[in-house]
Design a protein around this ligand. Sequence first.
Ligand code: NAD
Length: 506
Amino acid sequence: MPISPPQLPADTLDGVLASIARLDLPKRALIDGKEVAAHTGRTFDNFSSRDGTRINAIAACDMTDVDQAVKTARAAFDDGRWSRLAPRARKKVLHKLADLMQAHAENLALLESLDTGKPIRDARGFDVPASINTVRYYAEAIDKIYGEVAPTPHDRLSYVVHEPLGVIGAIVPWNFPLHMAMWKVAPALAMGNSIVLKPAELSSMTALYTAMLALEAGVPAGVWNVVTGLGTEAGDALAKHMDVDMIAFTGSGVVGRQLMRASADSNLKRVSLELGGKSPQVVFADSDNLDGAASAAAWGVFYNQGQVCTASSRLLVEESIKDEFVAKVTAAAKAITVGDPFDPATQFGAMVSQRQMNTALDYIEKGQAEGGRLLMGGARIRDESGGFYVEPSVLDNITPANTLAQEEVFGPVLSVMTFRDEAEAFRIANSTVYGLAAGAWTSNVSRAMRAANALKAGLVWINGWDACDITSPFGGIKQSGFGRDRSLHALYKYADLKAISISFEP
Ligand code: NAD
């Protein structure tokens, strides 16, 4: 399939629909630089979140296809076509990839919005530029990674080098399909590894498109392969493969556990897990920016229809300001423009699938059954479209033991709780099995510092939310997983230390 010609962003719904109609929709796997059907010829249907219609049929790869991709990736790694390329040459290729992604940014945004139901405005304004920035960041880092010389006796030189691991299996989710893929692919490629990427079955298209751009940029065939397919087939085969050196995963805890078991039962491949959370924003009455906090509380949970691993799905507000503050939050939530994801004015679109929509609706029902009071939302909307839309929803009266205070919804559902003092606030904030992100709003500097220390999470944001940047590591503690994406730290995840000692006559 030729890559579709680049397009400029259209600024109307009709314009966006016309742009989509001009796209060739990727649907086949990419192995050894070639687009291929699954060896069985099987496909699975890919549905539009926006209106429930069938978009296309994607290659359903299985164990045999995965094995082929891993063999290809291993051969590419071993012959050094990428792994032994001079760092500066690899850097040039990755910058070229970023240039091509920039040129094709609109097509990537269209495919991302089509696959997931996220607003085209977000795909254009966040997913695609953040993915390009990720590629550039790691391209730039390639020739700035040094080894070490150890302090040894005079008759010996001992030094330590970072060696790429080999074949990386990356298994990624559907909430930010391209961005999550590039958080793994870019540092893994930068370190010289080969990759077999398994996109989520709900969102395969931007991974395929970008891997084809990578070929054009000069990433040699076989270095970056994409196996599309179901998690239980293609994903499982990758996890159990005896010649995959590492699985880099973002997704659910259930699958994360299976990946660790698969590693133990196969070749002890490394595993890194980014598994989501139940992140709290704690709002103290002493904050002099309650308007900012209210906006962050609403956007922190409703961005991307709540399908964000760091979604601030728990709002902990000091009892004395609860009514006033919650009114601000619901006002901010009501100001969000809900609509067709392809309308450039839409800020809140469709959920990814019928299943994810029903999960969110079930949680809302359960929250009410356990005593929660629905302050806004709570229902499916725009059902005449055939798409999967749930209103931004806020439930009050949630207690720390309730299901809605403990389980990740991965949908647009905010649970409101109160606290009386700082100790209680931190205790409730830390009272889940998760530890991905947490935040606090306060104008007391000492309290801010105490919050930063007390909140048990891999990411802590004080007086702001989602202060994300490629320059700082991203990942969780507790059952939110382990291993970090982003920053220079992520590079070292895809490398091993080799200690070399050369003895000589002094
Ligand atoms: P999932 O964990 O089932 O899927 C994530 C990826 O794993 C997909 O590529 C999928 O194909 C693959 N996969 C599924 N089963 C597999 C298996 N047995 N072996 C290997 N790979 C497998 O997540 P989901 O179904 O897409 O969503 C379910 C829940 O996961 C959500 O409700 C949410 O709680 C969580 N989730 C978290 C994140 C995050 O960013 N942390 C992202 C998406 C989903």
